[in-house]
Design a protein. Structure first.
Length: 284
């Protein structure tokens, strides 16, 4: 059921998931607005509670009407947790602003697209566009590839692990947008996601390495296996940049488009691999 649900979710997400309506991050804002104190324990407690609620829903729906309600629940939860409808709007708004040479609007959209890690101050145009590429690649990982990983790894409890990851992602995004770096540090969210992202980042990274310049990317990927200190963002984007080495890095429109195209290609490869592994497992 995991593969079938995943394909339905990805198909539906591409068709109509635009804006915030089907975004878990938006649905959780009412809860996040009430929080005034931040700690690692609170972050872990909220995440476990969210996963527990989904676990109880899955248990309650199992075996009812040939599991049709359970399938609907999987699909709806997948739509909430997988995909970046609002961010896609920001990306298209950036392209429109860049095509009109509207610097203010372009910078505002670039800020949204690089919200988590930001752009270094006083950087030149090439560095600015490279960081924009990295932001787009990280968005693809955060909203598509990592949720897909946890959905598949969870097996029959895929919605539970998916909810856990999506909740952490939403909490990190909220803190980055509305609170200070000190409060975000106290919440422990970055440290938690550093651990949670370790395996999926390296699995996705090997796809980028194989799609790009293998003679440079593969040694970097092997080195990342023993790297416990570099941020997962740095590991993933460094490997992805090998795949983008031959793409334009000075065109304000072509540069982000190249990153999005590469991200889509990587996502397709990952979905095909998941499908083949699922079919093989079924046949066995």
């Amino acid at each position: 059921m995991t593969l079938f649900t995943l394909l339905l979710v990805l198909f539906a997400e591409r068709l109509f998931k635009l804006g915030e309506h089907w975004q878990l991050d938006h649905r959780l804002e009412a809860l996040f607005r009430r929080l005034r104190h931040f700690s690692l324990v609170r972050t872990l407690g909220m995440t476990v509670l969210a996963m527990l609620i989904v676990f109880l829903c899955v248990r309650a729906l199992q075996g009812i009407f040939f599991n049709v309600p359970l399938l609907v629940f999987w699909i709806l939860l997948g739509l909430l947790c997988i995909g970046a409808g609002q961010v896609r709007l920001h990306y298209h708004a950036y392209l429109k602003a860049a095509s009109r040479d509207d610097v203010h609007a372009r910078d505002n959209m670039a800020y949204e697209l690089t919200l988590i890690h930001g752009v270094p101050p006083d950087c030149d145009e090439r560095e600015y566009l490279r960081e924009l590429q990295n932001g787009l690649l990280w968005i693809n990982y955060r909203f598509y590839l990592a949720p897909l990983f946890w959905f598949v790894v969870g097996g029959p409890w895929g919605p539970v692990t998916l909810m856990g990851y999506a909740f952490l992602r939403a909490w990190q995004t909220w803190l980055a947008r509305h609170h200070s770096p000190r409060q975000r540090l106290h919440s422990g969210i970055d440290a938690i996601l550093h651990v949670v992202d370790w395996v999926p980042v390296r699995l996705v990274g090997v796809v980028y390495a194989l799609l790009g310049h293998g003679e440079k990317a593969l040694p970097a990927w092997f080195a990342s296996l023993g790297d416990r200190h570099s941020s997962q963002y740095q590991v993933l984007t460094q490997l992805a940049q090998y795949s983008l080495a031959r793409e334009p890095h000075l065109d304000k429109i072509a540069t982000p488009k190249a990153a999005v195209s590469m991200a889509k290609k990587t996502s397709l490869v990952v979905v095909v691999i998941v499908a083949l592994l699922t079919i093989y497992g079924t046949l066995v």
